[in-house]
Design a protein around this ligand. Structure first.
Ligand SMILES: Nc1ncnc2c1ncn2[C@@H]1O[C@H](COP(=O)(O)OP(=O)(O)OP(=O)(O)O)[C@@H](O)[C@H]1O
Length: 283
């Protein structure tokens, strides 16, 4: 559905070099701290910035060869974009109909009502959460096959977030659609994505199925003596702690079976990310 191979973009003090794939029927997450390169990647995918190198394919075509019909099959949420604040949702409808041949007005209005989005109020008078919800409802309103969602849940309260994720799950039901999503709220990604890419300083430092990440990755905690005696064959990162060492592994079972003396913790996605970024690689 979407494939990036060594896509590069240079800014002063920042170099993006990104390879990733979003498969048909899958939800793929992109995580990374502030300034890691998530929005730059999304903008490159959407043609809003021109990469200097690499290749970018969408729907099996080079991105530059997409026609208007292909583009209408991509639904987008970007953090620093939106419609003119002087418009109301009602005034937006003819614009959306003109932009997207497959715009589903009745369903869009039904969802607006469900999400308490006023249709006669100017968008500039919307709360952050209302603007965010409207962007997502717009992205799914035109039968897109691919959604590119940069922080779609930012600014939403926990109930709205849940509701929105349910809506995206419903969007995925036909089975031939895909989503690329970034979020600061890793719990959202944990429960929603099929696979996750981790980006750091413009480079992908980890790609894994979410199930594998949650089942096979673990944080190991131990004293200095235990660390010295540890079989480190499956240690991805280590970090000195006040109590001794913590390590990140992708072979939890190995350490459960072979090192019963150490603590093996499942670790949240946030903890795994932190360890990947702040921990040191061996050797
Ligand atoms: N137009 C630009 N000109 C110069 N530098 C830029 C530009 N856009 C982004 N950058 C730089 O590129 C780097 C990556 O920024 P990007 O917005 O992709 O990060 P991000 O992962 O989306 O961060 P956040 O989570 O804070 O939104 C940052 O160092 C940023 O300053």
């Amino acid at each position: 559905m979407l494939r990036l191979e060594h896509v590069t973009k240079h800014y002063k003090g920042f170099d993006l070099e990104c390879s990733m794939e979003v498969r048909k029927g899958c939800v793929t997450g992109l995580v990374g701290k502030n300034g890691a390169g998530k929005s730059t990647t999304f903008k490159a995918i959407l043609g809003l910035i021109s990469p200097e190198g690499g290749s970018l394919q969408i729907f099996g075509k080079p991105a530059q060869d997409l026609d208007l019909q292909d583009k209408a099959r991509i639904g987008v949420v970007l953090s620093d974009s939106g419609f003119s604040g002087s418009l109301t949702v009602q005034e937006l409808i003819p614009i959306l109909r003109a932009m997207y041949p497959d715009f589903q007005k009745d369903n869009f209005l039904k969802k607006c009502e469900e999400f308490s989005i006023p249709t006669k109020k100017k968008l500039q008078e919307f709360s952050t959460g209302m603007k965010q919800k409207l962007q997502v409802l717009t992205a799914i309103s035109h039968n897109a096959r691919l959604l590119v969602l940069d922080e779609p849940t930012a600014g939403l309260d926990v109930i709205a977030r849940d509701h929105l994720l349910d809506l995206l799950r419903e969007y995925m039901e036909p089975g031939d659609r895909s989503i690329l999503i970034s979020s600061h709220i890793s719990a959202d990604l944990e429960g929603f994505c099929d696979d996750l890419y981790m980006i750091h300083e413009g480079k992908i430092i980890l790609h894994e199925d979410t199930d594998v990440l949650l089942d096979s990755y673990a944080l190991l905690k131990m004293t200095e003596e235990q660390y010295d005696a540890l079989d480190k064959s499956y240690v991805l990162r280590y970090k000195k702690e006040t109590f001794g060492y913590s390590c990140l592994t992708d072979q939890k079972q190995f350490y459960l079976e072979n090192h019963p003396e150490i603590t093996v913790e499942k670790g949240s996605i946030d903890e795994l990310i932190l360890m990947m970024i702040c921990g040191k690689a061996l050797g």
